[in-house]
Design a protein around this ligand. Structure first.
Ligand code: ZN
Length: 302
């Protein structure tokens, strides 16, 4: 609970005509301290989803009612694309790499990093939650060269094997396989495949959270008693916490996703851990998860 704001807190005091959230959206980055670690949430932009793709297995009227009660539009679901930077005193670490030119509302990560005074060349380690296009689409620059030229990469072994296996091609759209292979193959010689829950780097633990994809992983970042968990796409929207049985069309192994959600969100709510969900509105997608009688509730950083 003791994370301290650095840059953005200053901005809040300077401005009285924009809300904090508007400032952060405009700025595209949010710097904070987690224990001794210097961190930032970085925006790549975002995307408007159809409600029926975000909540695919229930009647659309129920979805619209829930969106309306949450004070959200009912004809689309806007989600930010948020990634996390950590300096753990040894390395500059980035979790996920943006969507690249997936849509005209994405591909803003590199510029936002530079605005936050973080150079892509300075990134030593990249941790990958999973290989969907909005997480690895920014791996290469416009010439096809690594956008983070000095980085080593870490991914859960099952995730790599899934996207590079020809036996499971019917489990996801072909274009997703094409994008994963095109973006990850050039990084192969610098890719570490991880197959056990372990401390990857000082203060950085990889946790398997399969379901959304077969080898999806989350990352715990801990320093001096403060912990933040980057959950990637364990769920895509706060309503998935309140209604854990509502699934996006993108979940590849829903049976595993159900077990993962129970395990990780119970743990995060008991420990009152800070959480960043890649798609959680509003940017910086940062907050807490509280256990409810049914499901959990998202408490965004105000
Ligand atoms: Zn995603």
């Amino acid at each position: 609970m003791a994370s301290t704001l650095l840059y953005s807190q200053f901005a809040f005091f300077q401005t009285d005509y924009l809300t904090n959230n508007q400032i952060l959206m405009k700025q595209g980055f949010y710097k904070f301290k987690l224990g001794e670690f210097e961190c930032a949430c970085l925006s790549d932009g975002g995307y408007s989803y159809k409600p029926e793709s975000m909540f695919s297995n229930i009647p659309i009227d129920m979805v619209k009612e829930a969106l309306l009660s949450a004070g959200l539009p009912t004809d689309h679901v806007w989600t930010p694309y948020t990634y996390v930077f950590v300096n753990n005193g040894e390395y500059n670490i980035l979790i996920d790499m943006g969507a690249g030119q997936l849509a005209d509302t994405t591909g803003k990560l590199i510029n936002n990093m530079k605005s936050a005074k973080i150079e892509p060349e300075s990134i030593d380690k990249i941790l990958i939650t999973h290989a969907h296009p909005d997480h690895i689409g920014g791996a290469l620059d416009e010439n096809g060269d690594p956008a983070f030229p000095n980085a080593e990469y870490y991914i859960w072994k099952d995730e790599w094997n899934f996207w590079f296996s020809d036996e499971l091609l019917d489990l996801a759209p072909k274009v997703f396989f094409d994008i994963a292979r095109k973006n990850l193959n050039p990084l192969k010689s610098r890719m570490h495949l991880i197959d056990k829950k372990t401390d990857l780097l000082t203060g950085i633990e990889i946790i398997p959270t399969p379901g959304h994809t077969p080898g999806h992983a989350s990352f715990n970042i801990s320093s001096n008693g403060d912990t933040l968990c980057y959950i990637g796409d364990v769920v895509l929207h706060p309503l998935h916490l309140e209604y854990p049985e509502w699934l996006p069309v993108y979940d590849i192994v829903p049976e595993k996703a159900a077990l993962t959600k129970k395990r990780i969100f119970d743990m995060l709510s008991i420990n009152d851990t800070w959480v960043v969900g890649q798609h959680f509105p509003p940017f910086p997608s940062y907050g807490h998860v509280k256990k409810q009688e049914k499901g959990w509730k998202w408490i965004p950083l105000s």
